[in-house]
Design a protein around this ligand. Structure first.
Ligand SMILES: [Zn+2]
Length: 264
């Protein structure tokens, strides 16, 4: 796990102690060319909370450098704050691609990330269209004013300048590629089809810009939650105590679940 909130028990800066915080998950070496530019998330020597050489947060205590921490403002509820990290990664899209406000954005994947990205993209463009397979998740997006299509109904929706892939599957990638306009942008938001062979010729033929994006800036994510721009209240499917972690993982496998939380 790497999406968390916690209370600081110990810190060199005394003013942090007792504060409720979230944390940037990448810890860089602090010395390389990436770290010196503030891009610790690309440090070749980095550790990543719960992902790379650093234990995750299904634990009573965890450690992070002070500079990774952000104090959660009092007007953000705990259950909203656990979404800051994935929300930050949604804001990264706008850091990587200049999004034109009068273009539509097509998003594949109605999981937690696809739903968050849909909400974030609404603030950058006139229309967001979400494609997914789960009626209950698509109707959530409808509630937020997002147009949705079931994956089976997209034969005639046309091509788009910006297409975001957030399914993490090979089929998702293939559908996404086939809906990008020539000279458009295909933005990969999941480690899509890891280890599979993909036909990249449409990327060449249609001169598509292929953009990979991963972790993102926490500040706009915190700001968006503070201003109540993002609605997460229907995205938490269940909360379990730590000792029921097995149940929590089973529930997480259930395709209708969006986000499962452990309370520790
Ligand atoms: Zn470094």
């Amino acid at each position: 796990g790497h999406e968390f909130i916690g209370i600081v028990e110990y810190a060199p800066s005394k003013e942090l102690i007792g504060k409720k915080v979230v944390g940037e998950i990448n810890v860089g070496c602090g010395k390389c060319e990436y770290c010196l530019k503030g891009l610790e998330r690309h440090c070749p020597h980095r550790t990543v909370l719960g992902i790379l050489k650093r234990n995750g947060v299904f634990a009573e205590y965890t450690t992070l450098p002070e500079k990774n921490l952000y104090i959660i403002p009092p007007d953000i509820k705990d259950l909203e704050a656990v979404f800051i990290e994935p929300l930050a990664s949604s804001f990264e899209i706008a850091e990587m691609v200049h999004l034109e406000p009068d273009e539509e954005i097509l998003i594949f994947g109605d999981g937690k990330l696809g739903l968050l990205i849909s909400q974030v993209m609404k603030y950058y463009t006139k229309e967001v269209i979400l494609v997914g397979k789960h009626p209950e998740k698509l109707s959530l997006a409808n509630k937020w004013g997002i147009k949705t299509f079931h994956l089976d109904q997209i034969h005639n929706i046309g091509k788009f300048k910006y297409v975001i892939e957030a399914t993490g599957t090979q089929n998702g990638f293939l559908s996404a590629v086939s809906h990008v306009r020539p000279r458009g942008y295909l933005i990969l938001k999941s480690t899509t089809a890891q280890g599979t062979l993909l036909n990249l010729s449409p990327i060449v033929v249609d001169e598509i810009h292929l953009i990979g994006t991963r972790c993102g800036p926490f500040k706009p994510a915190i700001e968006a939650l503070k201003k109540k721009y993002i609605d997460i209240k229907d995205m938490i499917s269940e909360i379990y105590p730590l000792k029921e972690y097995e149940k929590a993982f089973l529930k997480n496998d259930d395709k209708s679940s969006v986000k499962i939380l452990l309370r520790i």
